[in-house]
Design a protein around this ligand. Sequence first.
Ligand code: FES
Length: 211
Amino acid sequence: MTADTLAGWSAANRRRAEAMLAAYPDRRSAVMPLLYLAAMEHGHITEDAMREVAALTGMTPAQVQSVASFYTMYKRDGVGRYLISVCTSISCFLLGSDALLAAVEEETGTAGGESSDDGLFSVEHVECIGACGGAPALQVNYELVEGVAPDKGAALCRWLRDAGPEIVLSDEMQQLFGGRRSFDWAIREHEGAVAPVPAFAPYGSSGEEGA
Ligand code: FES
C-alpha cells in the first residue's frame, strides 16, 4: 500500500515512511511523524497529504485532519525556507519580545503570521518555547536562540538572507546572535534543521541522514 499511496513522494521519504510505519505495532501510531514527513515532501500539509497519511495509517481523512489542525507546528499553509518563531509569552514579553518581534518583522518585511513574497521567511509569534530563563527567545526552524536583543534579531535575519545556510544550528546562531541562556547545555549540538520542520533524523529534517 505504501508504494502506491506515496507514488509521488521522493524515494528517500518513501523509505522514511516505511520505517516509521514499521516502528509501531499499530500503524495509526505513526500519524504524527508521517504528518511531518508529509510537510517535508509537500512544503506544508496539504489536503492530498492528509488523505495519503490516512491511507497509510488506516485512519479516516477526518481523523488525520483533526490531528493536523490541533497542533500549531503542523503548517497547513506554505512556509518560508526559514520559519522565525518569536516567543511573546510572559517572561519574554517582560524582557522585550515585542521589540524583538518588531525588529524581525521590519528586517524581513514580513508581518507576524505571514510569509515573505520571495518565500525566504515566515514570521510567527508563539507561546512559551521553554527557554524562559534565557528570555527573550526565538527559534529558526525550531532551532532555539536565547537572549536575543532586537538589533541581534535583525542581524540574524540579515545573516539568514545573505549566508543562506542549508542547515541552521542552534549553537551557531546562539554564538553569533544570542545572549544569556537558560543554562549551559554542556554537550554541543552537532545536528541542525534543514527545513521548517522539527529536526529529527528519521524525518529527514536534521543535518543527519535518517533511517
Ligand atoms: S516565556 Fe518565552 S520561553 Fe518561556
